[in-house]
Write a protein that binds this ligand. Structure first.
Ligand code: ARG
Length: 282
């Protein structure tokens, strides 16, 4: 006879709780790599737009299947990077700050997203003063905003966000051009946990992250270079690039449910899951 032994408590996985989210996305109808503003972009390489559309549709479907709401903004011709909705603004507690892009090639996306935000039924929508690339460089972790700088977002925008939302902003210095936006180097897993690639940050910023998040998931170079940290979590399910195999294992060990998706075509522009997703926080 086999005795049924009680499972040791430490072996039972942590129960992570998902909360329903509202996302904004932009279908890559005009997606292309026709200029190069980050090291991932090679104008000679060519993109398969049909494939990009299919991959994007699968990401949207993934969110819907997880029970999230997905709104879409109309893509505009001549704005091949508009698919990267994360850069379109920052929305916290029903209030939005619009984006102001670093590069001329993307500048017209600012007003396009601002117009959408102004009609989204939010309490307040502010026009940006300083250069900021939205949730590419601003990530909300519980009652904090982590803010990247070094390649795109001006540090002045960090103060602007703190003043506008009244939420403490922690400035982080990015040092590797492959990880030019904060959301390429750090993923928010829930209100108190992040995953990040330490080498993408300056020494001081690494120390800050270590102090704030001693239990953070540390990503390997192999997972970082497939933009594995460009992930979107609902507190339980972490939607991430399927090539980030090691990170998926680490997340599972922590009780999260990794959901891999392939956005290989969009990676040619230096973007993946999170870049395609702007969270609209009520
Ligand atoms: N090609 C785009 C750029 O360089 C990619 C943006 C990716 N977005 C992001 N949130 N990291 O601006």
């Amino acid at each position: 006879m086999t005795a049924v032994l009680p499972q040791p408590r430490s072996k039972s996985p942590l129960e992570r709780v998902a909360s329903p989210r509202r996302y904004l996305m932009c279908r890559p109808e005009h997606f292309d790599v026709s200029y190069a503003i980050n090291p991932w972009m090679d104008v000679a390489r060519g993109v398969d737009r049909e494939l990009a559309l299919r991959q994007w549709d699968a990401l949207r479907r993934t969110y819907l299947d997880l029970g999230h709401q997905v709104d879409v903004i109309t893509p505009e011709p001549g704005l091949p990077d508009m698919v990267f909705a994360a850069n379109g603004g920052l929305v916290i507690e029903g209030r939005a700050l619009g984006a102001r892009f670093t590069h001329a090639e993307r500048r017209a996306e600012g007003p396009a997203y601002l117009t959408w935000l102004a009609r989204a039924g939010l309490k307040d929508v502010a026009e940006p003063v300083h250069v900021n690339e939205g949730e590419g460089d601003f990530l909300v972790v519980g009652d904090l905003v982590l803010a990247g700088t070094g390649f795109r977002t001006d540090p002045g925008a960090h103060t602007e966000v703190q003043e506008l939302f009244g939420i403490p902003v922690i400035s982080l210095q990015l040092v590797d051009p492959h990880f030019y936006h904060l959301d390429t180097a750090l993923a928010v897993l829930d209100d108190s946990t992040v995953a990040y690639y330490p080498e993408a940050f300056s020494r001081g910023s690494r120390a800050v992250l270590q102090r704030l998040f001693p239990d953070a998931v540390l990503a390997t170079e192999a997972d970082a270079v497939v933009l594995g940290l460009n992930a979107v979590s609902d507190g339980r399910h972490v939607v991430l690039p399927s090539a980030a195999l090691g990170l998926a294992v680490q997340l599972r060990e922590r009780g999260y449910e990794p959901v891999g998706v392939d956005l290989g075509e969009l990676l040619k522009a230096g973007g993946s899951v999170k870049c395609c997703t702007l969270e609209i926080r009520a």
